[in-house]
Design a protein around this ligand. Structure first.
Ligand code: G3P
Ligand code: CA
Length: 268
């Protein structure tokens, strides 16, 4: 059944397609997500920003400059204005090796368009970005997830995981819906250490953590795993690093190269 299938996904190593298959196609476009699934990603990673008129869209940066032909803050655009921008051509210039004319003029997708495109055929790993700047972001996200049957009593468990650097945002979601698995993202500036009191705090609301992978070691991973938390480091694109960290016991990882991580998980 779907239910059993997803329990299996949650209990085994998961490949998280970072911004889709962003090593091969323009990040956060429908084509990038399609490719991620084709390459074997278990989850589509989606960063959320909000337009001037309150629509949730998939974009990593607060500004449109890097990934479109526009300029300025996402929050200064209405959805209609934002969707006039070309969100694919920049990739062809930057990544000549993977350039493809089909990427020209791709649109910035709304979260709804993503759900309409993939429905229950995909699992979603969604990040609330800058939630402090976007009041109502969590509420809007939960509303859309409910409308699309992706959370709630009839939804498959683990269909959606929500991640954030903001503990406040995650706690807000946990209060509204304690059944959604949550991941606390962390960006360590130096070698990572973890205390029992820190772990206890995370366990109040989260199912796991997502640290930047270069700062963690085997001991850190074992400590987190022993506490029963998942650990999904970001963003691993190097094959040797993938194998090393899988060997240490990580339970999934973010990658721009989903096919490489699928391969590495078979080699360990
Ligand atoms: O969400 C995991 C990872 O993507 C966090 O960093 O900046 O790529 O969103 P960022
Ligand atoms: Ca992210």
């Amino acid at each position: 059944s779907d239910e059993e299938q997803n329990e299996a996904v949650l209990n085994s190593f998961i490949v998280i397609g970072h911004r889709g298959a962003s090593g091969y196609a323009p990040e956060h476009t429908i084509l990038s997500y399609e490719l991620a699934l084709k390459l074997g990603a278990d989850y589509l990673e989606i960063d959320l920003q909000m337009t001037k008129d309150g629509k949730l869209v998939a974009m990593h940066d607060n500004f449109v400059d890097r990934t479109t032909n526009g300029k300025g803050k996402v929050s200064s655009y209405t959805l209609a204005e934002l969707q006039e921008l070309d969100a694919g051509s920049w990739f062809n210039k930057k990544h000549k090796k993977f350039a493809d004319s089909v990427y020209e003029n791709l649109k910035v997708p709304t979260l709804e368009e993503i759900f309409d495109a993939f429905g229950e055929t995909a699992n979603y790993y969604i990040e609330t970005k800058n939630p402090a700047k976007y009041p109502g972001m969590e509420k809007e996200l939960l509303k859309l997830l409910t409308e699309h049957g992706l959370i709630g009593s009839n939804a498959t468990k683990g269909k959606v995981i929500i991640q954030s650097f903001s503990e406040k945002s995650l706690r807000k979601i946990h209060i509204s819906n304690p059944d959604i698995p949550l991941i606390q993202l962390i960006k360590y500036k130096g070698r990572a250490n973890v205390s029992n009191s820190q772990i206890k705090k995370w366990k109040e609301y989260a199912s796991g953590i997502g640290p930047n992978y270069r700062m963690i070691d085997e001991h850190y991973i074992h400590t987190v795993r022993k506490a029963g938390l998942w650990i999904h480091p970001y963003t691993i694109d190097n094959h040797e690093d993938m194998k090393r960290l899988i060997g240490y016991g990580i339970t999934g990882a973010f990658t721009d190269l989903a096919d490489q991580l699928v391969q590495a998980s078979k080699e360990v």
